[in-house]
Design a protein around this ligand. Structure first.
Ligand SMILES: NC(=O)c1ccc[n+]([C@@H]2O[C@H](COP(=O)([O-])OP(=O)(O)OC[C@H]3O[C@@H](n4cnc5c(N)ncnc54)[C@H](O)[C@@H]3O)[C@@H](O)[C@H]2O)c1
Ligand SMILES: N[C@H](CO)Cc1c[nH]c[nH+]1
Ligand SMILES: [Zn+2]
Length: 873
């Protein structure tokens, strides 16, 4: 498959344009009209890019340099999400061969020998320096080898005009930084798009104009016009239809008629001598009373137009109005037509019935505000996936037709375009295994409820103990070396950032600041309320006063995980109580990003809670650094916070080392949730709660306890779970965690609570009638979420409760992080002479039993003194 780009160059941007507007260079819309976008994916930006792909997969054609990704699975996720082409390390090619020409190697340098890396899918030559002496030889070689497509990316600061010329000479596709391009005619230091276009297109007309086919979003031709470099530039700048009239100069379509066009995309044809403009046409394109110059739209677009206008104006009580308002009627019609299509025999009958089915399917879509273009986009997006399922019919449909699943999935060949072919690419249903508590043995149920196995502590200790020893011995140098290794932050030269934190490190959008501020305040309020107003005081006997008072732990280390997801909310959950408790030194630790910086949200929270420093490290090295201290990292008295197995094991290890003299909070491992749902529970709410914890990591586990739910309700939850999961950017993680998650069917609330208390979940969600009353039955849980309007995520972020909680069943003996985690309690005794007289005999007798004479005498000496001096109160 040869790559045909909309235009013979690619625009590279540093930030996915769907996430942040491109600040310098071309605007987001201008890039989208050019059609292709190129960026480098870093492990820490992968998730954002996947989100971007989900939203803008059809708007942009994305090309990625993924050489910074080590995991083949991550690259596959990106490809399946719709990456048009990925450029990988040569050694990763073999593992991605199923993706054919969508994968090409990237090489750096300009030595001709590098050309041997080229595959049938071409290659990307990175940092191409056309001024280097080898370049000429390289160019010659490349030309001889006829490598297609062959991309080149310039070294930073290259002269783009010269670069484009070299690209044209070797028949390569240049990758041009958006920041070096402009749609203006002259902009100092930037290259005009018009200059690039006119250097590549070939007009065979004496006036140099290019024939331009204008089409709508379904590729229906609206008419033929002409373009000049200037008109294209103008179209890109205004993102509207602007053409070159042969008589009247620049023609802004709709300027007088009002029938304007929104520019979606421009592209050149295969031999660069005709342009295509894809537009969203308002009103008509043609000057006659028809939508396009070649006549009216037909087929599905026409049906869509009719349905939209009927939806807007169908008379009340008419059949069409009923169709739009009665979901059950549309559902019945779709089923009826589908059945009729299946029984149709002749080609005519099949066409007739298929048309009916399309009619009702499109009615359903239009009623829900879904356009034909949306459906086509979905179809196109499916065609980018390579992973196949067998296309088997599902559940009741398979049963009804007596279909058995196929033995294995066929290998991918070409992109599916039909419904059936597209269905073949539909992924496996994401579903939890079901257990009916009344039909399985307790042992079977216990086994199913077991948390996913963690690596044995021996295996983990073998990894983390040498790291801890190294940090203890070599301090900063060791911490830095592990950060270079695990976080790939090789440019980092200091393992710590000390307060005051520079403002530029906490630049955040206003809405993020507002969200952090609201959450901060709620967490502060709830933890401040946990303060003990005054010391506890009890007179146990006359004259014997016992007290207990608290003091903040002086220096605390707050670990904020940052491996699979950066969790600034954890910074709030640890930092705010530490601040409220009055800890003098609050040290944050979190793995930095590959460029050595720390997430600005974490810096902002550190600033708000008055942290003294942020350790730029994660894992066992961060724990060790805080436990023992290094040249630049402050030693702390207690380390708190969740983390992966390496972090948890390191916390356990240092807390057992008396040389470290450091305490820890509790084992807080992979997130988990147990949802109890009854007939009142909304399936969509239940599914969303299960997924909110399932997306944390593949080792997360989520449990649903269904109280007396019928099959329909259970299936509604399962369908919702799958539907919602498929829309998540972290769907692959969810697949992993759902694989070891289960639904248990029970009959009563009591049974449900018994199971829950035995499981001791980190989070317990009660989506049941009178949920509040059931709280009395909760014996073991980290945090409880009561009723339909309390999703677990409010506790993760903003309600005020803490989200750092015991997992893995430790809720049976541990509390989650709270104010008490940051203080220690000190007791005092204060006796009067009378008090000593009252309690003295008991003390002396017990000291005698224990044969500790000095203890006994400490009392007797005082009592004797009292009697000798005839002492009175
Ligand atoms: N229970 C709770 O309250 C709670 C709250 C938030 C997060 N969590 C959990 O915390 C965990 C966070 O884990 P994470 O991995 O995303 O981040 P993390 O910050 O805990 O771990 C990342 C670090 O692990 C170390 N590491 C990774 N691979 C290693 C290897 N092979 N050898 C040695 N060290 C290695 C690296 O130093 C890296 O910096 C998740 O399981 C999440 O569910 C729990
Ligand atoms: N649910 C996690 C605790 O198990 C905490 C968290 C942070 N961000 C989102 N969730
Ligand atoms: Zn969470």
């Amino acid at each position: 498959m040869e790559t045909i780009l909309p235009l013979p160059f690619l625009v590279s941007v540093s930030v996915p344009p769907g996430l942040n507007d491109i600040k310098e260079g071309l605007s987001r819309d201008e890039v989208s009209c050019l059609g292709c976008v190129f960026f480098e994916v870093k492990p820490q930006t992968l998730e954002k890019i996947l989100r971007f792909l989900k939203r803008h997969n059809v708007e942009f054609e994305p090309y990625f340099d993924v050489t910074a990704l080590e995991s083949i699975d991550d690259i596959i996720t990106l490809l399946d999400a719709g990456a048009r082409k990925v450029f990988v390390k040569t050694e990763q090619l073999a593992d991605l061969s199923a993706y054919g020409s969508r994968v090409a190697p990237v090489v750096t340098g300009s030595s001709a020998a590098l050309l041997s890396s080229a595959t049938e899918s071409g290659l990307l030559l990175s940092d191409f320096d056309q001024t280097a002496s080898e370049a000429a030889q390289f160019v010659e070689e490349a030309k001889n080898k006829k490598i297609t497509p062959f991309f080149i990316k310039p070294v930073a600061g290259a002269d783009l005009e010269q670069f484009i010329q070299v690209a044209a000479k070797v028949n390569a596709i240049p990758i041009l930084p958006s920041t070096g391009l402009t749609t203006k005619k002259d902009e100092a230091g930037k290259l005009a798009i018009s200059t690039i276009l006119s250097s590549v297109w070939k007009s065979d007309r004496p006036d140099g104009l290019l024939p331009t086919v204008v089409v709508d979003e379904h590729d229906t031709a609206l008419g033929l016009v002409y373009s000049s470099a200037e008109s294209v530039n103008e179209a890109l700048r205004t993102q509207t239809g602007v053409y070159q009239s042969r008589k009247r100069g620049l023609w802004y379509k709709g300027a007088t008629s009002g029938d304007t066009q929104e520019l979606v995309r421009i592209s050149l044809d295969c031999d660069n001598d005709a342009l295509k403009f894809v537009v969203k046409q308002k009103g008509r394109f043609c000057h006659l009373d028809q939508s396009g110059c070649f006549g009216q739209v037909k087929g599905l677009p026409k049906l869509e137009q009719t349905l939209i206008s009927r939806k807007q104006s169908a008379p009340e009580g008419s059949y069409t109005a009923r169709l739009f308002s009665d979901e059950k009627l549309v559902r019945a019609k779709i089923m009826e037509e589908a059945e009729e299509l299946c029984t149709a025999q002749t080609p005519q009958e099949i066409a007739f019935e298929a048309a009916d089915l399309f009619y009702f399917a499109l009615t359903r879509a239009v009623a829900a505000g879904v356009t034909l273009a949306d459906i086509e986009k979905s179809l196109d997006a499916k065609s980018w996936k390579v992973k196949r399922r067998t296309g088997d019919a599902k559940g009741k449909w398979a049963e009804k037709e007596g279909i058995k699943p196929a033995a294995s999935a066929p290998a991918a060949t070409s992109a599916p375009v039909t419904k059936e072919a597209a269905q073949e690419t539909a992924p496996e249903k994401i579903t939890m295994r079901r257990f009916d508590a009344s039909k399985v043995s307790t042992e079977e149920l216990d086994a199913a409820l077991k948390r996913p196995a963690q690596k044995s502590s021996d295996a983990i200790y073998k990894i983390i103990v040498p790291i801890i020893e190294d940090v203890r011995k070599n301090g900063d140098k060791a911490v830095l070396s592990y950060t270079h290794k695990f976080e790939k932050a090789t440019s980092l030269t200091s393992p710590v950032l000390k307060a005051p934190f520079p403002k530029e490190l906490m630049q955040l959008p206003e809405e993020t600041i507002a969200a952090i501020d609201v959450s901060f305040e709620n967490i502060r309020k709830f933890h401040a309320a946990q303060k003990e107003e005054k010391p506890l005081q009890v007179e146990t006997m006359p004259g014997v006063v016992c007290s207990r008072f608290s003091r903040p732990i002086e220096a605390v280390g707050c670990y904020i995980p940052g491996g699979t997801a950066v969790l600034p909310s954890t910074a709030l959950m640890l930092g705010v109580p530490a601040m409220v408790a009055g800890c003098k030194k609050i040290v944050f630790a979190s793995p930095p990003r590959a460029d050595g910086t720390i997430t600005p949200e974490i810096v902002y929270v550190a600033h708000k809670v008055g942290a003294e420093s942020i350790v730029l490290a994660g894992g066992a090295q961060a724990v060790a650094a805080m436990a023992y201290g290094t040249e630049s990292i402050t030693k702390v008295d207690k380390i708190l916070g969740p983390g992966n197995q390496f972090v948890t094991a390191a916390k356990m290890f240092v807390s057992n080392d008396t040389n470290a003299a450091v305490g820890i909070d509790m084992p807080a491992g992979p997130s988990e949730v147990l949802v109890i749902a009854d007939k009142d529970a909304n399936p969509a709410f239940v599914a969303s709660d299960l997924l909110s914890q399932a997306e944390h990591g593949v080792d997360s586990q989520v449990i649903l306890i269904a109280i007396d739910l019928d099959e329909e309700h259970l299936q509604a939850i399962e369908n919702e779970l799958h539907r919602q999961a498929m829309e998540l950017p972290r769907v692959q993680i969810v697949r992993g965690s759902i694989a070891h998650s289960i639904t248990v069917q029970v009959k009563t609330v009591e049974e449900a609570m018994e199971l829950s208390n035995k499981y001791a979940p980190e989070h317990l969600i009660l989506q049941i009638k009178d949920a509040e009353k059931v709280v009395d039955l909760v014996m073991n849980a980290g945090s409880v979420f009561i009723g339909a309007w309390t999703p677990e995520s409010v506790g993760d972020y903003s309600a005020g409760v803490n989200h750092s909680l015991p997992t893995y069943g430790f809720a049976k003996q541990y509390s989650g992080v709270n104010l008490a985690s940051f203080v220690k309690h000190i007791t005092s005794s204060n006796l009067t002479a009378e008090g000593l007289k009252n309690v003295g005999q008991a003390v002396m007798q017990l000291a005698k039993v224990e044969e500790l004479e000095a203890h006994r005498r400490a009392v007797s000496i005082r009592l004797e003194h009292m009697s000798k001096s005839n002492w009175k109160e």
